[in-house]
Design a protein around this ligand. Sequence first.
Ligand code: TMP
Ligand code: ASP
Length: 236
Amino acid sequence: MEKQELLYEGKAKKVYATRDPERLIVSYKDDATAFNGLKKGTIRGKGAINNQMSNLLMARLEKEGVPTHLVEELNDRETLVKRVSIVPLEVIVRNIAAGSFSKRYGVEEGVVFEQPTFELSYKNDGLGDPLLNDDHAVALGLASREELALIRKYALAVNRVLGEIWRACGIILVDFKVEFGRLGDGTIVLADEISPDTCRLWDAETQEKLDKDRFRRDLGNVEGAYQEMARRLMGK
Ligand code: TMP
Ligand code: ASP
């Protein structure tokens, strides 16, 4: 399948049309942004790592009953996916307090929750991705109650599956963000990506951060953290 016109360029990926209206090609960039695009940089090798890691994780999730947009990896940086229209929600599951949760509620990073938390933000850069609840999402016409129930079920399944995969690699899954999309017939599938850009991943022994927080917080060795995650998950 060949790339046709560029349909969309986001902060970390480009999306191209193909000759099949139901299929798109996603191309992962090394570009990184944080704080709604205020901070910009490049993480060398990130595009290829995120592409391959996301595909491996989505293939596992499919096997565990979570439908995804994945069709086939085309090369290091590019993947053929099902065309979806993205549900404009950032779906976040947390196992341990960190990031905006710690800031918003005044909780120290590292406090372990008894149960995972499920949270939604409105995916809207102009508004700064504000937190919202199910009623707000329905009132705004972003998703139906039935879709929200399914999204919650899938997101918690993603947490269980990813948690196990990372645990086997000596990594703690602190939290993550996923996005869902609708296929032409309305079916909800997991879309976007799952990578160190979208997960908080801490070394189980040392608690060292091995994710995009190294870039967001200027912790150094950003490339090394992505490479280490690739090595642990894919042996390369
Ligand atoms: P937060 O603590 O900043 O709300 O982030 C929660 C999770 O979501 C964390 O794993 C990082 C991820 N995330 C994204 O994937 N994209 C974003 O734009 C933000 C702010 C967070
Ligand atoms: N990708 C987001 C942005 O540029 C931020 C993040 O991942 O922290 O705003």
